[in-house]
Design a protein around this ligand. Sequence first.
Ligand code: 26W
Length: 853
Amino acid sequence: MNMDAETQAEILTLKTKHYLITMMGLAADEASDEEFYRALSYALREEIMINWLACTRTHRENYARTVNYLSMEYLPGRILSNNITNLAADEIIRIVMQKMNRRAQNIINREADPGLGNGGLGRLASCFLDSLATLHYPARAYGLRYQYGIFEQQIRDGVQIEAPDCWLLSENPWEFRRDLRRVIVKYCGTTEASTNIQGDEVMDLKNAEEVYALPFDIPIVGYNKEGQFSVVTLRLWSTKESPRNFKLQSYNAGRLDQAAENTLLTDVLYPNDVHDVGKRIRLKQEFLLVSASLQDITSSYTKRYGHFHSFADKVCIQINDTHPSLVIPELIRMLTKQYDIPWKTALDMAQAVTGYTNHTVMREALEEWDQDLMKYLLPRQFHIIERLNQDFCNTLRTRYPNDEGLIRRTSILEDGKVRMANLAIIGSHKVNGVAELHTAILKNIVFKDFNEIYPDKFIAITNGVTQRRWLLHCNPELSRFITKRIGEGWITDFPQIAKLLPYAEDPESQKAFMDIKKKNKMRLIESVAQENRLEGKDSNSAFPLLDVNSIFDVHIKRMHEYKRQLLNLLHAIALYQELLQNPNHSRVKRTIIFGGKAAAGYEVAKNVIRFIHCVARKINRDPNINGMLKILYIENYNISKAELIIPAADVSQQISVAGMEASGTGNMKLAINGALTVGTDDGANIEMRMAVGDTEWPFLFGATAEEVMGMRIANSYDPEKLIEKDVRLKNALNALLDRTFALNESEHHAGCGLYDRLAGMHDGFPADHYFVLNDFASFYEVQKKVEHLYTEPSLWARTALINISSMGSFSSDVTIENYCKKIWDLQPMPIDPVILQQIRYEYSMLDVCRVYR
Ligand code: 26W
């Protein structure tokens, strides 16, 4: 796009008007912001189509080795606004808005935030796609096109209500329906054994249930200023649009739920990110993703190469947690059955192409499917797993004779369960954790046996976030501040951010940084106020008047006990009690901002949300503390809300119990936006602290993972003693019981439940499983240190700038480079300029052909 912005804006304006007319029969001034949003998206996507086409053609003609990323979750965030950023088209769009007299934010906000994920795992996948496209790596991503994404969180009197997320109500201009790429996925049925030409036993499937999976493609645009951007295809499968999926017989037999089961397979994302629910629809969803994607991968491969000799040279598959791990038995089945490849070769091939990323050590999150359910729904795949497991156990028996214990611990099939993590490990050539500590825990504890069996299979690849969406796009002021000082290289080469370090000592830069932070805090205050106004809520207790000079202390992530929002709340209660008890305190004004959804069935997490609202209601309107402390709960936290809150944060709460947060990625987003981290030594916090240096990471607190593990093993944790010797803790805990904050029975019940969860005993063990009481005192102390430093703005700014400049390695670009080097053996392949020119020419020929001049 080497035309000047003015001319490009003129063309884009014309095209937008063209689409308003041709697609919606509307003149520009008649169109609503919603219609304008779609017309502008149609206009902008024309440019994207060209590169998209050129990209796939370049990769095809050059026999590019390609990575296929399979994930049940993606959290892309709004697409139009990110494409404008990645095309460096902000100035062009500004002119278009001017010409058409529209407010950019109103148009941007018309786009629904595609909530096709729960939290960290889903957003990481989307950061990865942004980096793969920006770094020109040949990649494809597969997922499911849920009709309803993660629920919309509505808080009514402190209670979380889950409302359906109807993100597909109006037409989505960023997806392309691919009818010709529709495939059939088979479930149930009966197997009939036969053999392939190698004499290997293979299975035919009789009277199976056939489900049509229809793909919708979303272009993921990489960042590039010269129009040479690459595009990664995110292909989402849907069963909704295929009427044949409706089982009329079952319907006529009155079995309505069964009749519609296959049409609604991709209706809903399972809203839990911790507990494996083991539901049949979820298993059918996982296999739909696997089977449809593998058919797509193998058909485009065979079309290009015919034979399978170089399959492992050209194709690699990464499974995002165990959710797509059925790709291993299904690939082996297809290779042996459809392509007559010998069993052993098929097994080696599946292992060679597959990589597995683990995202959690939580036992309850490790998927274990009921064998009977899998045998019924996926008889052929279960058969393959049985044979795979047999081979594995036999190998073990020869290597480790009479160590049946090892077999029992590592077998895929045990006590009626199919252990998906064991399948994923046995069937992959590389298994990675998402941070150093997390990977060490996987190797030394969770998968210790496998680490001994496969000593070099486990590696650590620490997560990262894309600085395009999480800095350039959501914090334009700070981005300009950085670019003015170190140039714009950081946008595609984040380690260059280290060049900002010297400016940490520069008073002018310190002041400018604090001014920008203040502006971003004002922006958040205004948008919260505007949202309340829109919902007709006046600024009463639940929606306090926020003071921009207070410390914006941010705790945004899924609600979960191990993330310890309860520790933060307990501290807020203690702080409130202190402010009440001694009016001439030297505390600093603080605004605690919470945001996060609780999994639908997770009662304790919902009670924490409830009690945060009870405490906020009292504290926010208590004149006795003259506004020294405010608590705000941001409703329906999602990607778009994060883009508003993160630039406004002074403090980032990363207070999980050490050893339980695999990595965290919010910690990185908040740090690159200049927030200082209050953190335990957990997940990636440790690597961030090491990058910054201990002196400039002043708010470390809490027990280490070793200490936590030590107390668990020794069963030496005695919260009661802690409570006895810490009156501040005692008083705060009592406030959960003594109706200080509860105005009715159910609120009191919630408070008592939380008290019991902390100070109670459960079958002889201290209830406080997440060591909230253990870390309370050091958390209290570190929060005072926060206030102390905050009273020195230049020192605060200096520390913040040093933190930002030390975050170079926490870009998802660096993470993806590591995956490409250590797992995928992938090389970048930018668009071939000749092919790009060719397609541009073809397109421009088309563009001029007007039926009516
Ligand atoms: C089966 C239900 C289910 C669904 C999702 C169980 C577990 C999950 C995810 C693994 C949970 C998740 O999002 N984990 C988070 O992944 C992030 C990206 O790697 C990490 O940064 C977070 O630490 C981790 O909690």
